[in-house]
Design a protein around this ligand. Structure first.
Ligand code: ZN
Length: 322
């Protein structure tokens, strides 16, 4: 009897945490779009804090807007429910048409608004892998009802694989779409603005919560570490690196982040060698030396804290030899 009660409690907690991971509980009406000018014609749009349980510090993923007489180039599309607010913020910057949109990766906080912007005339660029990730059938709902039909306009029109960056020249800027080998997801892109000396790096780095490597969408731990190294090489001492979430950083900020991943990886590898199970590794709280320096690290994320999600990912990646 006691056991049964406990397990129903566990189920209830697991259900509410997975609802959180799927972006439920977001108060879209409460989200405001904050605009920051970071170069003469480059702007960053961020959702306000306190409305998105999965991203308490700032709702959704960051948007980049390159404006000028050649039209608008945009990085990422935020949640579909707040497209009107994003468009209103863009219209305060420029009245030119939104011509190009690129996705840093597949997650809905970066892509759910795609179809809205495509219908306004934007040409959508992304990795071929991202397009494949988007085409995968969605999981049926818990109630067993079929998933809602998806708008084909959400899909990238121009796709590219690994290899040389795709370059766009407009508004006096050279924009490089730089493919990243399987890191946060299997279809990551960094967007570099050469003259502004800015790189929008997506989500393989984050300073709010522990690293999230989405292995279900092709992300890998090894690829994330490679992406961090590549970013440090690509960036100059003054290059501003803009993650999808959290604060804007320089290349030196990547060093302690990479060292934290390597530290946790070494601890987990050691415990695997000692024959420890995933539960034992989680119970050992291997992130403890870093917890004080990772805001949001002990908040719920998926089926546990973001620290647990990270440690489980490291465990399964090392266990499967990735
Ligand atoms: Zn994100």
């Amino acid at each position: 009897m006691r056991l049964a009660r406990q397990s129903s409690l566990v189920v209830a907690v697991a259900v509410s945490l997975s609802a959180l991971a799927q972006g439920q509980g977001i108060d879209y009406a409460k989200i405001e779009i904050l605009t920051e000018k970071i170069a003469p014609n480059l702007y960053i749009l961020t959702g306000s804090a306190g409305a998105d349980p999965g991203h308490q510090d700032a709702a959704g993923g960051r948007i980049g807007v390159l404006a000028g007489p050649d039209g608008i180039f945009m990085v990422d599309a935020q949640y579909a429910q707040i497209t009107d607010k994003v468009v209103a913020a863009i219209r305060k910057i420029s009245s030119e048409p939104i011509r190009f949109l690129v996705n840093t990766h597949v997650h809905p906080d970066h892509t759910a608004g795609n179809a809205n912007f495509v219908k306004m005339g934007a040409l959508l660029f992304a990795r071929e892998e991202l397009r494949e990730e988007m085409l995968r059938p969605p999981a049926p709902s818990a109630a067993g009802s079929p998933p809602p039909a998806r708008d084909p306009a959400r899909l990238p029109v121009v796709t590219y694989g690994m290899g040389d960056p795709v370059k766009l020249r407009m508004n006096g800027e050279i924009v490089d779409l730089i493919p990243v080998r399987a890191a946060h997801t299997g279809g990551d892109t960094m967007i570099r603005f050469e003259n502004a000396d800015v790189i929008m790096i997506g989500d393989f780095y984050r300073n709010y919560g522990y690293p999230f490597i989405d292995t279900n969408n092709g992300g890998t731990l090894k690829g994330a570490l490679e992406a961090l190294d590549a970013t440090m090489k690509l960036a100059g001492p003054n290059t501003r690196l803009i993650p999808g979430h959290g604060t804007i950083i320089n290349r030196t900020d990547i060093v302690p982040y990479r060292d934290m991943i390597l530290g946790v990886q070494a601890r987990v590898q050691q415990m695997i060698r000692e024959g420890k199970s995933e539960q034992e590794v989680l119970a050992a709280k291997v992130t403890a030396p870093y917890d004080a320096k990772v805001p949001g690290g002990l908040l719920p994320a998926g089926a546990g804290t973001s620290a647990d999600r990270f440690v489980s990912m490291v465990y399964s990646q090392l266990k499967s030899g990735k």
